[in-house]
Design a protein around this ligand. Structure first.
Ligand code: FAD
Length: 279
């Protein structure tokens, strides 16, 4: 069982708990993006095991009444073992997701993985048109070119600011520069993308800018936020008719994810400590 200290950020240890959480989220008008926690497997067996867990998850979601999609990390299903292992495992997840009519997202990890992730995504998205999406990061200087390329690939794209510490030859280091890049990329996506835009951010400024761009270009969009962060804003946004998604991590490997969330913001740490102290 996930202890109270972590259950603001993690939905449970089992797929059944995650699906039950997703059903409650649906009652608030929000759709779940389920993510089985795990990353950086350097051996094939755990990568294959997690790929199999994702195949079972999409089958369970497809068989349920729950409105949910999934999001998978490349290094969780074999990218650190080899790009061909990642491609093979992602293909099986994409095929299972398509069979069960469940949308499959691919997360983006550090810049050394971007080429392999883009290449594999592009070939699979062409086969499973309309059922897959990829995350790109505004802090990476290469993202303008990547978006140009993705404009011709079927599937949705989630724009995030970027969560990885990157060297300054490949990534903007200062927040204002990342924010400026985020706005520039968002405008490009609303102007050029046919399959909709996913705004992966808690930033009220970026969410209002997306609403303005939607008025201007008419492109469909959705907002995605993390479990445990600005939950009220998620419900309020969904009530205004903006498709709103919550990224919902679950699984036995919850501790390091919870630790990152708790440490990244003073308010989160205070919340976690209150849970420990029972106040
Ligand atoms: P920030 O610049 O962190 O914050 C901007 C503003 O948002 C703040 O000033 C505040 O007003 C509000 N805010 C932010 N956090 C909080 C909080 N805890 N409580 C209250 N208000 C807050 N990164 C990757 O590198 N790869 C991925 O695949 C990836 N997938 C993601 C999927 C989703 C759905 C989301 C939401 C994020 C994902 N990220 C991913 C993480 C992302 O890159 C950022 O690190 C993270 O979202 C923080 O950036 P931000 O846009 O929310 O804005």
């Amino acid at each position: 069982m996930i202890p109270p200290i972590a259950n603001r950020f993690v939905a449970g240890e089992t797929p059944a708990e995650a699906i039950e959480y997703a059903a409650d989220l649906n009652d608030r008008g929000v759709t779940a993006i389920l993510n089985l926690l795990g990353e950086h497997y350097h051996e094939r067996p755990p990568a294959d095991e997690d790929a199999a867990a994702y195949r079972r998850l999409v089958a369970d979601v497809g068989d349920s009444d729950v409105d949910a999609c999934v999001s998978v990390k490349p290094s969780q299903i074999g990218l650190d073992v080899g790009p061909e292992v990642f491609a093979e495992n992602l293909e099986t997840i994409a095929a299972a997701a398509a069979d069960h009519d469940v949308f499959a997202w691919v997360d983006m990890e550090d810049h050394e993985t971007t080429d392999a992730t883009m290449d594999t995504f592009e070939s699979l998205a062409r086969t499973h048109a309309g059922n897959m999406g990829l995350c790109v990061q505004a802090n990476l200087k290469r993202t303008e070119q990547d978006l140009d390329r993705l404009a011709d690939v079927p599937g949705k794209v989630r724009l995030v600011k970027g969560a990885y510490d990157e060297p300054d030859d490949v990534a903007y280091q200062d927040k204002p520069d990342v924010n400026e890049a985020y706005r520039t990329h968002l405008e490009f996506m609303f102007r050029e993308f046919d399959d909709g835009v996913a705004v992966g951010s808690h930033d009220p400024a970026m969410i209002s800018y997306a609403a303005e761009l939607h008025e201007e270009y008419g492109t469909d969009y959705e907002v995605q936020m993390l479990m445990g962060i600005r939950e009220d804003a998620q419900t309020e946004l969904a009530a205004t008719g903006v498709p709103t998604y919550q990224y919902v991590p679950y699984g036995g490997k919850w501790f390091s994810y919870f630790y990152r969330r708790a440490m990244e913001r003073k308010e989160n740490l205070v919340f976690a400590l209150r849970a420990v102290l029972g106040r």
